[in-house]
Design a protein around this ligand. Sequence first.
Ligand code: HEC
Ligand code: HEC
Ligand code: HEC
Ligand code: HEC
Length: 124
Amino acid sequence: MRPENERKLAVGLGLVLLGVATLCYTALSPAAPDEPVRLLFDGSAGDVLFTHQTHAQDYDLECASCHHNLEDGDEIYNCGECHDEGGDAEDYPTTDAMHAQCIGCHDEMGAGPAECAECHATPK
Ligand code: HEC
Ligand code: HEC
Ligand code: HEC
Ligand code: HEC
């Protein structure tokens, strides 16, 4: 093969490999998650780590058992959009609503923490 043709072959091969690499990268990189894996709530009573994905997947809970507003177009809102000041459930503030929902379900299922210190890390 003449040096000129060898160079063309090398460049061509390089371009093919680049194409394959790009395809693999696009196909294999994970899609952005549409639900959080873990959430950390911080506050005066001590941080609370909530294992969101474990709750939804391993504990087999419906999204709507917590996101109880899901009928309008499947859009997920933060609890505070309705339960904090200015929302249509502002008479039932977020902290109370979350306590009622988290502890209420744990009681009902006889599983999951109900004591303050089992959810709240010792405040700094
Ligand atoms: C055990 C209760 C529970 C279950 C089950 C659950 N979630 Fe959540 N999710 C929450 C809580 C609590 C938050 C935090 C809301 C907040 O910060 O006001 C949250 C937050 C979210 C957020 C982030 C909202 C934002 O904008 O910050 C998304 C998205 C979401 N959940 C999707 C889902 C989907 C999809 C499912 C079902 C596969 C699901 N959740 C199941 C309790 C739950
Ligand atoms: C789109 C608005 C909206 C969102 C978002 C919302 N709520 Fe509510 N929630 C309401 C309304 C309205 C009520 C009933 C009125 C009242 O008691 O003030 C209610 C009532 C509740 C109740 C009382 C029992 C029940 O089911 O009726 C709990 C507990 C509760 N919400 C927890 C939560 C939690 C936790 C979140 C976030 C994961 C959340 N809510 C998100 C509007 C909302
Ligand atoms: C609809 C039911 C339900 C709701 C709502 C719920 N949980 Fe749970 N939770 C469970 C179950 C079931 C377990 C599993 C207990 C076991 O297997 O020992 C659990 C376990 C836990 C645990 C210990 C294990 C782990 O995964 O970390 C923590 C902490 C916890 N929940 C925090 C919360 C918090 C905080 C909220 C509210 C934001 C919440 N949960 C709302 C059902 C629920
Ligand atoms: C099942 C888990 C769980 C248990 C048990 C629990 N909490 Fe909480 N607590 C939470 C979560 C989640 C929040 C965050 C809600 C929010 O963002 O408003 C919170 C918020 C609070 C806040 C508001 C903090 C702030 O600065 O905004 C106080 C105060 C509090 N909890 C006190 C208590 C006390 C006292 C107990 C025991 C009697 C208790 N909690 C038991 C999960 C729990």
